[in-house]
Write a protein that binds this ligand. Structure first.
Ligand SMILES: *Cc1c(COP(=O)(O)O)cnc(C)c1O
Length: 230
């Protein structure tokens, strides 16, 4: 079941790349395994998946400690400053940095552990009240702060698009994100590398790829529905 789902998503990614004249090698699929057991993750590892996304620090750390084969863990959910110390040396990429305060804490904890934290800036591109992420208008202030940090590398941008019935409704936001990424790239800021654009989930990853996504985060499409009551 998981294998079939995975193959379907991979085929859809290739189709979306063909449609937009992109090379499928430019798009990384992250299997979002939140709430799912290690046995599911290990089954996917056998199918070749190495990139997994979790939205909670505790769950990421538990799975990190207990998995039989090492994989790459992406922290995709909101990160509280008091939890940075647990995850800074375990996540290969933190997708959800959205404030100077959080960046400062990551810099401090990464320095303590002697690691360099790879991060993305989360942008609330649709300006939804319910979503985390920095407003587009203040992103340069944040980058201006981070450019002097020696234990953080900014790798790009991330967004969670609105929940919509028709994924076409999100095309405008994905396009805006891509433009923002290009704008930032063109400024050649120290320490700020804009090679990753993390956008697109089960409902809208194909549209996101057509608009330039380089990392799609797919949960339900691979693992099936999540049950939060167990
Ligand atoms: C849960 C989650 C996803 C995956 O959502 P699906 O709709 O199940 O694909 C992607 N990104 C983030 C930040 C998430 O929290």
């Amino acid at each position: 079941m998981l294998k079939e789902n995975l193959m379907k998503v991979q085929a859809n990614i290739i189709k979306a790349c063909e449609k937009s004249n992109r090379n499928p090698d430019e798009v990384t699929l992250i299997a979002v395994s939140k709430t799912k057991p290690l046995s599911d993750i290990e089954e996917l590892v056998l199918c070749g998946t190495r990139e997994f996304g979790e939205n909670k620090v505790q769950e990421l750390c538990d799975k990190y400690e207990n998995i039989s084969t090492p994989v790459n863990w992406h922290l995709i959910g909101h990160l509280q400053t008091n939890k940075v110390k647990y995850v800074v040396d375990k996540a290969c990429l933190i997708h959800s940095v959205d404030s100077v305060n959080l960046a400062k804490t990551i810099e401090k904890e990464a320095a303590k552990k002697g690691v360099i934290a790879n991060i993305l800036i989360q942008v609330n591109i649709a300006k939804e009240d319910t979503k985390f992420g920095i407003d587009e208008s203040t992103i340069y202030e944040l980058l201006d702060e981070i450019k002097d940090y020696s234990h953080i590398k900014v790798k790009g941008l991330m967004t969670i698009a609105p929940f919509v019935e028709n994924p076409e409704e999100n095309r405008q936001y994905f396009r805006k994100m891509h433009q923002l990424l290009l704008d930032i790239k063109s400024k050649n800021i120290d320490n700020i590398d804009m090679c990753i654009l993390s956008m697109g989930m089960t409902n809208d990853y194909e549209v996101a790829i057509e608009e330039g996504s380089t990392m799609v985060r797919v949960g339900t499409g691979i693992f099936g529905e999540r049950n939060y009551n167990i």
